[in-house]
Design a protein around this ligand. Sequence first.
Ligand code: NOJ
Length: 563
Amino acid sequence: MLSSTAVGFGPLTEVHAASASREWWRSAVIYQIYPRSFRDANGDGVGDLPGITAELHHIAELGVDAIWLSPFYASPQRDAGYDVSDYCDVDPLFGTLEDFDALSTAARSLGLRVIVDLVPNHCSSEHALFQAALAAGPGSAERDMFLFRDGRGEHGEFPPNNWESHFGGPAWTRVTEPDGTPGQWYAHLFDSTQPDFNWDNRAVAAEFERILRFWLERGVDGFRVDVAHSLVKAAGLPDWGGRADGASSPGFPGHLAPMFGQPGLKGVYRRWREVLAEYGADKILCAEANVDPLPRMAEWVASGQQHQAFNFRYLSAPFAPGPLRGVIDESLSAFDAVGAPTTWVLSNHDVVRHATRLGLTEGDLASGDGIGAGGPTPNVTLGRARARAASLFMLGLPGSAYLYQGEELGLVDNLDIAPHERQDPTFHRTGGERVGRDGCRVPLPWTSSGPAYGFSPSGASWLPQPGLWAELARDAQAADPASHLSLYREALGLRREHDLGAGSLAWADELSVGGVLAFVNGTILVMLNLGCAPVELPPGEVLASSAPVGNALGPGEAVWLRF
Ligand code: NOJ
């Protein structure tokens, strides 16, 4: 870190220099569309591709650069589409390949790039390859596409190792062999309907190269890579002494687990990068790789590897000055060291929305868990106010930012989903002990009145929408300059105008006291007050603020000043 004196408000501690490389993804704001919950055109209660196409202009108007579509491929929908039975077709629930092409054309005409989800760790148990593996029996080439093993115990009655599924329960399921006898076990880091591929088998790599090319030929701009850190497993699939689902625990960092962060991953990514390059220099890979520490994650976005990785450390950092500054410094330093942009993210379809999280004044949340009856009760007003500040602060950071549909409306989780309405396999695999992720996946409100708040013409909705949607609907916010939506539009417009994504970061030392975080990016001063008392603002023109500001910034508020 360099220190230099500048500007009227004292010395600056420089952390990150403006980017000299101008590739679009280094500074892009990428908006995640969760197709099931975006907009339902055909009235069956589940969002679809024509619904997305119809409303895409709203997303373009917001001022983002690209959309990332969560899976819309053929799937039995046991894990909301992350259980793919045909990677090169659209599930009838969402439409057809022609609907995808229409969406893609519409996006391009609106100036939006399109990123699709790649799910290479596992497929659906209904995928033809897995069905063939079941039919072919032990020792076959078909079984070698997956992780089949004999069980432990005299009769093979125990799972081959102690790994657990992320959704709860063992990471192994025993099959009945074609001759009717109890047989081998197959590994699944997620639901039993999501068998893991064997990435040591070259035929698996070849199949995914085919899938990449299929979508690249249809013109996509890149792939978000699901559980990118888990494809390759340690030889021999050994037991693991840390948390059996491989998640980090004291003394057992996730990347040392036998099912995560294995060295063989780098060869996989290198090959994918070469394939992408054949289709143009601006196609990208973004790793969903929830491992620590950050420098380890950065190895996977070094030259020749993936382009970006989701910064889950930022998402899970406490809303407090020390931890937040710490993770920003560490992120910029780790990713700068390998020449990759840092990404920033606050919400997605797997976590409690940040407007809900930030409204919690007590209680802790584990990743992948939602809040249900009997859980902590968030203060919605506080959470939404803090979420405005958190988002404004994040959008001032240099690098690439990911937004999750509905956060621009300040949506909160629906905490009142009845057990029989819950769909997440986590809920069902843990007998309701973990409520899972349905709360953040509730269909969007487009209109404050009308069927399903404008989500579906029939009024159907695959998850119940809360009454609060009437107030938070897009049409109610569109014309209100004080709304959440207006703040996002304003911030995204200014971010683009001032090129903040490609910008720099230097902490304003004398302002970063008393719970305040203040940094300079170009000619903009970004301040977030995480202390308990209002702080005086330095001279400058207020460009955007999370709450009305005079000469002072209140607790839980953020501001952008031009100085
Ligand atoms: C991560 C995805 O984001 C999540 O929704 C899914 O359940 C798991 N990977 C398994 O694919």
